[in-house]
Design a protein around this ligand. Structure first.
Ligand code: CA
Ligand code: CA
Ligand code: CA
Ligand code: CA
Length: 485
């Protein structure tokens, strides 16, 4: 059993599926027409070395299942290096809590896996010094110490020894494979949950960003991944909601270079989380920071109380041609249509970056390019978002939006990943789980160079969890007739 591509014309997934069908068919037809061009008389064609472009769709190439049920699977996923030399980068994932080994959560053994890119066969594992919650945060860091092995940072936001005292949390740098951690950093106090989420930015200082996702007053630090030295800490400011249970730093996300200094920048999600209130009434926020020094660049807030904006967010490559990357923000718990039907927003970053740091509202007309609105209860549209390759061959990169709660009449919560055209917003493809309760689309990781998308679900089969791999492949053979004639 595996997650496959949904039949392109399957109805009832979401309201706008028929549009998908027409778009895909139109593109395929346009490609076929290239074989019969209208050629003017005396036309002397030249053989072009440029390969004709063809629209692509995602094909399933592999999957990886968790070994047991009732775990916390794949809370972190990160794109690694090509360790096995087949030209495809590997995927690094973590299984932070395995309740099958011991129902006492403090003894549950965490594990980090390196999976071969594309096939998702197991390549290696990283032994855990600190089992409980090991791998909640995870970041592949390239090879910062130059010893020829991929380096990995792992966050353990709650130690076994912290149980009953919340969690100080620790972030570890593994620079030499299985020989143990080269450095470790502990949180500042018993409620820091330090290491909950990690993002590697690189640069001369090998910057790794690690969050302390405190329920109130969360922050991030920049760490030299080679030495473990702390380089900066994000500051509180009047723009921060330090006194609210916003869970800032639940996700730390590496962005494109927004500031133009050559170093990637980062954001922290703060969608709101209060343990006393399962549906915490908070607009939700995204905090955007300069990757070189942690300085706050801007804040985007949900439009309405209770939106919990920012279940995930990232930047995607410039779509509207203004030279600035766009911001794609998911708000999976938003409910304008139905209960947690969700929405994903595509925003300009230029106005945010050109102003002094300010709090913007997500539906500000200066920012908003478009939105994708969930239609059914518990669809969770926008729970995850990610960059995608150029699927419709218009030379503008496209993007993916996860809706892990989406259902058909037959399959409740099968889960969907929607692929949208960056240029137009048209829906190009929907991948869908093929079982009830698959929850496809809880995590997304893109390998843009290789045209691959990795989709994780931790809830499949009562918490066994699964990763599915997809590759962008031409939907029709590109025609070379023109060049040969
Ligand atoms: Ca190394
Ligand atoms: Ca930058
Ligand atoms: Ca732009
Ligand atoms: Ca495109």
């Amino acid at each position: 059993m595996k997650a496959g591509s949904a039949p392109p014309c399957t109805p009832d997934v979401v309201g706008h599926l028929p549009r998908t069908c027409s778009v895909v068919l139109l593109l395929a037809t346009a490609g076929a027409c290239d074989s019969e061009p209208s050629v003017p008389p005396n036309y002397e064609p030249r053989v072009s070395s440029v390969e004709p472009r063809a629209p692509k769709s995602f094909a399933h190439t592999g999957s990886f299942d968790g070994p047991h049920q009732n775990q916390h699977n794949w809370v972190g996923m990160s794109l690694g290096e090509d360790e096995d030399g087949d030209g495809v980068r590997e995927l690094v994932i973590a299984r932070p809590i395995d309740k099958s080994t011991n129902t006492n959560i403090t003894d549950a053994q965490g594990m980090v896996y390196v999976l071969r890119g594309g096939s998702l066969e197991l390549h290696s594992t990283l032994p855990s010094d600190e089992p409980h919650t090991f791998g909640y945060g995870i970041a592949a860091m390239g090879d910062v110490d130059g010893d020829g092995t991929m380096d990995i940072a792992v966050g353990t936001p709650v130690h076994a020894e912290d149980m009953g005292r919340e969690g100080w949390g620790t972030t570890y740098g593994y620079l030499s494979g299985s020989e143990g951690a080269s450095w470790e950093l502990r949180g500042n106090d018993e409620i820091d949950d330090f290491g909950h989420s990690l993002a590697f930015l690189g640069g001369e200082d090998n910057i790794l960003v690690a969050s302390a996702s405190r329920f109130i007053g969360g922050y991030a630090v920049g760490i030299n991944a080679l030495t473990g030295e702390v380089l900066f800490k994000t500051a509180s400011s009047v723009l921060d909601n330090d006194t609210l249970g916003e869970r800032r730093g639940y996700h730390v996300v590496r962005l494109g270079d927004l500031t133009g200094d050559g170093l990637p920048d980062f954001l922290m999600t703060a969608s709101g989380q209060d343990r006393k209130h399962p549906f915490f009434d908070y607009e939700g926020r995204i905090y955007i920071h300069d990757g070189s020094n942690g300085k706050l660049l801007g804040v985007v807030e949900g439009a309405t109380s209770g939106d919990q904006l920012g279940t995930y967010a990232t930047t995607i490559k410039d779509i509207d041609g203004d030279g600035r990357d766009e911001l794609l923000i998911g708000s999976g718990y938003e409910g304008r249509t139905e209960h947690v039907s969700g929405v994903a927003y595509l925003l300009k970053t230029g106005p945010i970056l050109d102003a002094n740091p300010a709090v913007w509202t997500v539906d500000d007309p200066q920012l908003l390019i478009r939105e994708h609105v969930g239609q059914k209860p518990v669809e969770l549209m926008g729970f995850t978002v990610a960059q995608a390759p150029d699927m419709d061959a218009d030379e503008v990169l496209d993007y993916a939006v996860g809706a892990p709660g989406c259902s058909t009449d037959q399959l409740k919560n099968a889960g969907c990943v929607h692929i949208y055209s960056g240029a137009t917003g048209a829906e190009l493809q929907v991948m869908m789980g093929d079982e009830e309760g698959y929850w496809l689309g809880e995590f997304l990781v893109t390998d843009l160079e290789a045209g691959r998308l990795y989709v994780g679900t931790k809830d499949w089969r009562k918490g066994m969890g699964r990763i599915d791999a997809y590759e962008a492949r031409p939907t029709s053979e590109p025609s070379t007739t023109n060049a040969k004639r």
